[in-house]
Design a protein around this ligand. Structure first.
Ligand code: SF4
Ligand code: SF4
Length: 695
């Protein structure tokens, strides 16, 4: 059979297929290039590590082993079969072309890979059609794509089997050529030898082989063209998105430069339209696989709130797609849109276009606890929290639209420097008669003990503050507090979207601490810790920050704390999102608890990276929870499954939420809520009183 006809056909297919693909991708790329600037080229070594582990190694996929394995095999299979696809296109130009040097190794690898991918695709179809996991919505598009991938594997086998089967059946030199070729392709050889024994004549077999060859190439090009028009765009964008993802520090929100000037000039702030997105935020949108992992792990969504992190990403993505023509026309409503809208002016047509912010539910935006469970679960490292906070920034600083409690809290922070609006003169009342050193009366303390608003004003949190101070004293740590002069760290203001207020407070604190010669700070609040450690650096500060859950086990390990053995107690530890997912501190608080003789530390299924938020993060502590069931109650139910006598935590906000949850579960008599500092302080063997005083 002559293969000369292949040349014009393959050229036509490539010109049309690649041309259409380039046109679509170029449009998407131009929108991305029009995004706001963002630096994601630093820390290259970390990026390569993340690319190799999360991207190539597919590590995040294995959180669900079955689907993870199916996806990993398909992904790795695609990487291996890329060379085979290239080979088949080149055979359109030169029918006998083989991969140079590697053919003997590559031929069997390609055969077994195609078989594994085919099995994985059958597994995917079974999951989608029969198992139907909760997080996966029905999608005809997904089934079509699975059909395409399966079709690629089947046509690969049929092409080789029929083509070489026909040659074997022809006999003579043709058969010798076929056997030589199939020497290293075991599955191809089995199929070809089988086809050679069928009643199909050699010519028909070769024609059928050719049909499969062209179907294969046509599927490749159709599949490629569908990618940028569907959720499967992630096939192209996920590796770059992982490489360019946010690295350390995870707990820092993005910085808004020149905010005072922007407010003076009444420039719109935050995220309200496509042009407000950074290029990386747009890349995130392109990359969503619609897998639903973020959705089923979101404390807001799973307790009946209107916030679905997947839909936040998809709604913004769909808006950007719908807005693409306007963006590519330089922000003007394109002629086509004007024509559709009839006799209206450009301004009227512009105004008629829905803005990005109109596509998202603001109740959803205010439901977020900023727990980062969504981003932690996302297999392609999409960042949800920054987008949600950017929308809050627009609602608060530009539109003045927010829930009543948000307005009250922001006013309290502004006027009294605490979210509850307590008299700032009472900030140091917790230390009455406790002989707590202040910066004003201590020479060169090693640590500033930053108490924070909860630890200063909330009655239950004050007990944690006193326990922490008792431990610091017992260990001989030279510390001092700011007393009445302490101010809010700014975390709730920032998470509520008032970036200006946050920056003003943070700058004031930084100036005060620098002037006082502070270099090291200890805090028992994860929110203060995260803000000072990860966000004050955006304003040029670089304090050495430590959380009490990190310092206490260190003091124990250094032999600076002596603990008595106590009665046996079963303790479950609740991870605070801001120490855990935001700062990767998981082991230290557990080490502190395990240092207490008698404590039996138990874990629940949702702990550490999988831990569920208590419901207080993202300044939700200061907002009403009117929709759905209460997050803290659901979390406490999970913790109670471990049958603990004590629920331990390391955050004053978690303490409030967990204590309320234990009350709601009617378990107050049998289950205590304790901060790790309290558990340690209760077991302290104190040195003689005069020694402590001397410290
Ligand atoms: S940060 Fe937490 S609450 Fe907010 S969307 Fe993500 S998972 Fe949901
Ligand atoms: S944002 Fe991430 S986790 Fe959520 S649906 Fe998209 S890919 Fe899946």
């Amino acid at each position: 059979m002559s293969y000369e006809y292949r040349l014009p056909v393959v050229i036509l297919l490539l010109v049309v297929g690649l041309g259409l693909f380039a046109r679509t991708v170029f449009g998407r790329f131009r929108v991305l290039a029009a995004g706001k600037p963002e630096t994601r080229w630093d820390l290259v070594e970390n990026r390569v590590r993340s690319l190799l582990s999360v991207g190539v190694g597919q590590t995040k996929m294995f959180k669900e082993p079955a689907s993870g394995l199916l996806h990993a095999f398909t992904f790795w299979g695609f990487m291996i079969l890329g060379a085979r696809t290239t080979q088949l296109f080149v055979q359109g130009f030169s029918p006998d072309w083989q991969l140079p040097f590697i053919e003997p190794i590559y031929a069997p690898l390609k055969d077994f890979t195609a078989l594994i991918v085919l099995i994985a695709i059958i597994g995917f179809v079974y999951r989608r059609v029969i198992v139907k996991p909760k997080r996966i919505a029905y999608s005809g598009e997904a089934l079509l794509i699975l059909g395409f991938i399966g079709g690629l594997m089947v046509t690969e086998f049929l092409f080789e089997g029929l083509h070489f089967g026909g040659l074997i059946k022809t006999g003579g030199e043709s058969a010798t050529h076929a056997h030589e070729h199939l020497e290293h392709a075991p599955i191809g050889a089995i199929l070809a030898n089988w086809f050679a024994t069928t009643g199909i004549d050699p010519k028909t077999q070769q024609i059928l082989g050719e049909v499969n060859f062209w179907i294969h190439l046509a599927i490749v090009l159709t599949f490629m063209n569908l990618l940028p028009l569907s959720k499967h765009f992630h096939v192209i964008t996920s590796l770059p998105n992982v490489f360019l993802s946010k690295l350390e520090p995870k707990g820092a929100l993005s910085f808004v430069p020149d905010i005072e000037k922007a407010l003076e000039e009444e420039k719109p702030l935050g995220l309200s339209k496509t042009e407000d997105l950074s290029w990386k935020q747009i890349l995130d949108l392109y990359t969503c696989t619609e897998c639903g992992r973020c959705e089923v792990n979101c404390p807001a969504w799973t307790t009946g709130k209107p916030l679905n992190p997947k839909m936040i990403i998809l709604d913004i993505r769909d808006h950007v797609y719908a807005d693409q023509a306007r963006i590519l026309a330089g922000g003007k409503v394109p002629t086509a849109a004007l024509a559709i809208s009839g006799e209206v002016s450009a301004e009227e047509a512009e105004a008629a276009l829905p803005t990005l912010i109109a596509t998202v539910n603001t109740d959803a935006i205010w439901s977020c606890t900023t727990c980062r469970s969504c981003s932690e679960q996302c297999p392609v490292m999409i960042e949800h929290v920054d987008k949600i906070i950017d929308i809050r920034r627009h609602l608060v600083m530009t539109r003045n639209e927010f829930p009543k409690e948000v307005g009250t809290t922001l006013k309290n922070i502004e006027s009294k420097s605490n979210p509850w609006g307590m008299a700032s003169g009472k900030r140091f009342d917790w230390a009455k008669d406790q002989n707590i050193p202040t910066l004003a009366d201590t020479e060169n303390p090693e640590y500033l003990f930053y108490v924070g608003c909860a630890g200063s004003f909330d009655d239950r949190a004050k007990e944690i503050t006193l326990a922490t101070a008792k431990i610091l004293k017992a260990a001989g740590v030279r510390f001092a507090v700011m007393g009445k002069k302490e101010k809010c760290c700014g975390d709730p203001a920032r998470r509520m979207g008032n970036e200006y207020l946050f920056q003003s407070i943070a700058q004031e604190n930084i100036d005060t601490w620098k002037e006082a010669g502070v270099t090291k700070i200890v805090s028992n609040c994860p929110h203060c810790y995260n803000t000072i450690k990860n966000e004050y650096s955006q304003l040029g500060a670089n304090f050495e920050m430590v959380h009490h859950s990190e310092l206490i086990p260190q003091l124990i390990a250094d032999g600076r704390l002596n603990l008595s053995a106590g009665e046996k107690q079963r303790v479950v530890f609740h991870d605070s999102c801001y120490m855990g997912r935001h700062n990767d501190v998981y082991e230290e608080p557990r080490a502190a608890l395990q240092a207490i003789k008698g404590i039996e530390l138990v874990e629940v299924e949702r702990s550490e990276k999988l831990g569920m938020c208590c419901g207080a993060g993202g300044a939700r502590m200061f907002m009403e929870e009117k929709i759905g069931s209460r997050i803290n109650n659901v979390r406490v139910e999970q913790l109670l499954e471990a049958k603990p006598e004590i629920i331990a935590s390391s955050c004053p906000f978690c303490m409030t939420m967990l204590s309320d949850g234990v009350g709601a579960a009617d378990k107050k008599d049998s289950v205590k809520t304790k901060d790790i500092a309290e558990l340690i302080a209760d077991r302290l063997i104190l040195p003689p009183a005069e020694d402590v005083a001397a410290e």
